[in-house]
Design a binder for this molecule. Structure first.
Ligand code: HEC
Ligand code: HEC
Ligand code: HEC
Ligand code: HEC
Length: 196
């Protein structure tokens, strides 16, 4: 009996190379499949289709009227291009914050156009603050002052961009409401727009 146990133990503790190989190969494929599935799911949450599930009645129709949806160059900037950071940690922080949106959605906190408009200024302010803090980095993934030919721009754009460079202004300082209607400014206390 003892012999059998010893034998088994020896077999168990010195697995053949083939067994090790099989385990490594299987783990590798399991890892690839898991990571692939995970990334596919994550990628889906970056699509316009996904965002439209919930935002179809508020910002999506507005966005579709703008240059970022359709333009002569055929390059499209979609929701996640402006709203979801590319970098690993900021991306995950945004995904984590989005769980609040999902919660709000299912609790019906912002489920009508009226409720959305009521909350809109607050949401826009958060988004402006985020872009001010990160120097409008999402805009800069596609637009770049260095490669912009100011001389081909409208005179006012040319002037304002030169000003922006010397004064260290960032895109969102001037380009609010670029993809959606601006929030109603009815209830704003005077002086509000000067700085947040
Ligand atoms: C499950 C529904 C749902 C989906 C899917 C969804 N949202 Fe939202 N989103 C909401 C709700 C509800 C709110 C307002 C709730 C709140 O912040 O309390 C909101 C708010 C926002 C805000 C304002 C954030 C803030 O700080 O106040 C932005 C920006 C936004 N969504 C962008 C997106 C983008 C981009 C996508 C796709 C990548 C997306 N949403 C997908 C339901 C959703
Ligand atoms: C995914 C790439 C992408 C991102 C991200 C992006 N844009 Fe654009 N933007 C474009 C393209 C493409 C055009 C249209 C260019 C053309 O055909 O002239 C455009 C056009 C514009 C225009 C010209 C508007 C007009 O009416 O002529 C402005 C202003 C602008 N973008 C500002 C911004 C700002 C501000 C942000 C960040 C909040 C941003 N963009 C994010 C790709 C992008
Ligand atoms: C100081 C204010 C200011 C800042 C900062 C600023 N812009 Fe502009 N930009 C303007 C004005 C004003 C126009 C012309 C407005 C219009 O045509 O609607 C303009 C026009 C544009 C245009 C269209 C150019 C044309 O001739 O049609 C693009 C693209 C653009 N801006 C992108 C950006 C990007 C990207 C940033 C950040 C890197 C930025 N802007 C920062 C004020 C600014
Ligand atoms: C070109 C950049 C850009 C694109 C593309 C874009 N957004 Fe936005 N979004 C902004 C900016 C900038 C704000 C801050 C408010 C403003 O200036 O309009 C904003 C604000 C919002 C808000 C807060 C409510 C509000 O109107 O302020 C929601 C929700 C939102 N976006 C969802 C979306 C969804 C969903 C899509 C895709 C259908 C999308 N955005 C596409 C730049 C963009």
């Amino acid at each position: 009996m003892l012999k059998i146990i010893k034998k088994f133990w020896r077999w168990f503790s010195t697995p053949s190379r083939i067994a090790i190989g099989v385990v490594i190969v299987l783990s590798f494929f399991a890892g690839v499949i898991f990571w692939g599935g995970f990334n596919t799911a994550l990628e889906y949450t970056n699509t316009e289709e996904f965002c439209s599930n919930c935002h179809m009645n508020d910002v999506v129709p507005e966005y579709r009227q703008t240059i970022h949806y359709m333009n002569r160059s055929g390059i499209k900037a979609t929701c996640s291009d402006c709203h979801v950071p590319h970098e690993f940690i900021p991306k995950w922080m945004r995904k984590f914050k989005a769980t609040r949106e999902v919660y709000s959605h299912f609790m019906g906190h912002v489920d009508t156009k009226e409720k959305f408009e009521a909350a809109r200024l607050e949401m826009a302010q958060r988004e402006w603050a985020r872009m001010q803090t990160n120097n409008s980095q999402e805009c800069r993934h596609c637009h770049n002052f260095e490669t912009m030919d100011f001389t081909q721009q409208k005179a006012v754009a040319n002037r304002m961009h030169s000003f922006a460079l010397t004064e260290n202004k960032t895109c969102i300082d001037c380009h609010k409401g670029i993809a959606h209607q601006l929030p109603s400014m009815k209830n704003i206390k005077s002086g509000f727009l000067k700085n947040k």
